[in-house]
Design a binder for this molecule. Structure first.
Ligand SMILES: Cc1cc2nc3c(=O)[nH]c(=O)nc-3n(C[C@H](O)[C@H](O)[C@H](O)COP(=O)(O)OP(=O)(O)OC[C@H]3O[C@@H](n4cnc5c(N)ncnc54)[C@H](O)[C@@H]3O)c2cc1C
Length: 434
């Protein structure tokens, strides 16, 4: 495995690194609200955003995650991972580089299942960064297990009628359209009951009951919609895929997204580690610099080691996606998802602590990072669900012990080794001692 890139691409990464630190981080400072990158109506932020986007486009680095047929570059997951490590430094960077969630996944769904008219109306402006979208799957009573969903849609004449509630649909307040999962075939087996529908935001009957704020957002500035679909009517061709194919369609939106998120977390953790190092050589206690105390050295070393381990896991996974048959990296993708929140929580937590009271304020990026960790452990499925998948995949490769004792039972193995070399061992025993 080789994680190096060609010199030409390395130049692009070097440019991105400078650009994100020197230009994009300004947007985080000027417009820090969680929803700010998605608010197309804020003329001031858009006036700063657009010229930055133009620079990204001129460098050929905009929306690179897309399939080449949609204007992507076909870089492959390893290069995309290295790009996302840099993008992870700033909250605005995914918007500046045209790869913000959930628009990325929604674009994949529309590209695969949309009609030519839907592609023109929703997909193209989404790819151009002119609009944002929402993915509405989770419901107030169930999230991790979609088989518990009850929001339904039924056919009336030449329309689908959607009725029910959705919860924690990110960016709903700014979205031009929603992709909604609804039960359409309750009589089918569990994984074939739901379908996916595209719904324009202005359709009558869509009620955003609340914009819920995550713990790292001010309570009155939530961006995750609690939505009621009250007999919302859409034409028959609003269905993406066939009736009952909702799960299949949902799978298609994941693509490399999990790896990209994982590398963004690597970028955040690198930033936290850089901050720890600066603090350790800048502040004194008990007559010495913080970095001269053994506890602090331990915190720094543990953080660097965990970060390096996690970074290599993600890069290996990206390499596997690029080089092995389709599906071979599935378990590793699950491992990246499981480890992500833990590594983030550990490293950001140590950095917050090393910064003392300052670390607990909003005057450094650390508090927001630390509060992001529990959200990462739940978003896109809770840790346990992915742990179970990883374990199940590994268990499938295991075979039961051949006999009463495990295959690593030392007396049993020793007996076999003795039998194998009996002719030598017996001869040695029979030889008279000198
Ligand atoms: C930042 C963020 C953004 C999100 N964005 C969106 C979005 O845009 N659109 C959308 O539809 N949803 C979104 N969600 C919702 C997310 O998909 C759900 O929160 C997630 O699937 C878990 O569902 P839940 O919250 O209902 O938790 P539950 O399903 O109620 O699970 C709660 C807890 O139960 C335990 N648990 C659950 N299942 C198992 C199991 N099989 N085995 C063992 N333990 C289990 C775990 O500890 C889990 O944390 C977002 C969530 C977050 C935090």
């Amino acid at each position: 495995m080789d994680f190096r890139v060609d010199p030409e691409f390395q130049e692009k990464l070097d440019w991105m690194n400078r650009f994100v630190r020197e230009e994009v981080e300004d947007l985080d400072l000027l417009f820090p609200d969680g929803g700010a990158p998605y608010d197309k109506k804020n003329a001031t932020s858009q006036a700063i955003l657009e010229p930055l986007r133009d620079q990204v486009k001129a460098k050929g680095l905009f929306a690179c995650h897309l399939d080449p047929s949609l204007g992507g570059k076909g870089y492959g997951q390893l290069k995309l991972a290295l790009m996302n490590e840099i993008i992870g430094r700033a909250s605005w960077a995914p918007t500046v580089f045209g790869c913000a969630a959930p628009d990325t996944g929604n674009a994949e769904i529309l590209a695969l299942y949309g009609t030519p008219e839907q592609k023109q109306r929703f997909l193209q402006p989404l790819l151009d960064g002119e609009i944002v979208s929402t993915f509405a799957m989770t419901e107030p009573q169930a999230g991790a297990d979609p088989k518990e969903f009850i929001c339904k849609a039924w056919r009336e004449g030449d329309e689908w009628v959607i009725d029910g509630e959705k919860w924690y649909a990110s960016n709903a307040v700014y979205a031009s359209f929603f992709i909604v999962m609804a039960v359409t075939n309750p009589e089918n087996p569990p994984h074939e009951r739901m379908s996916m529908l595209v719904v324009p935001a202005e359709t009558p009957g869509i009620i955003i009951k609340r914009n819920v704020a995550g713990m790292n957002e001010p309570e009155d500035q939530g961006i995750h919609g609690y939505i009621r679909f009250d007999h919302v009517r859409v034409p028959l061709d609003a269905m993406l895929g066939k009736p009952g194919e909702g799960f299949k369609v949902a799978q298609s939106r994941l693509g490399g997204g999990r790896i990209h998120h994982a590398m963004r977390v690597v970028g955040q953790c690198s930033r936290a580690l850089e901050m720890m190092l600066e603090r350790a050589v800048s502040r004194r206690t008990q007559g010495r610099q913080l970095g001269d105390h053994q506890f602090v050295k331990g915190m720094i070393a543990d953080s660097a080691i965990e970060l390096e381990q996690y970074r290599l896991l993600v890069l290996k996974t990206a390499w596997m996606i690029d080089n092995l048959p389709h599906g071979a990296a599935r378990t590793h993708i699950g491992m990246c998802k499981v480890a992500m929140a833990k590594v983030y929580q550990d490293i950001a937590g140590r950095a917050v602590h090393l910064y003392g009271a300052l670390g607990t304020t909003h005057e450094t990026p650390l508090a927001k990072m630390w509060m992001g960790a529990p959200m990462l452990a739940v978003a896109d499925g809770p840790t346990e669900v992915h742990q179970i998948q990883v374990a199940n995949a590994l268990l499938k490769t295991a075979t039961p012990a051949p006999g009463l004792f495990p295959s690593e039972h030392i007396p049993t193995k020793r007996e076999k080794a003795r039998a194998k070399y009996a002719h030598i061992l017996d001869a040695a025993t029979a030889r008279p001692k000198e």
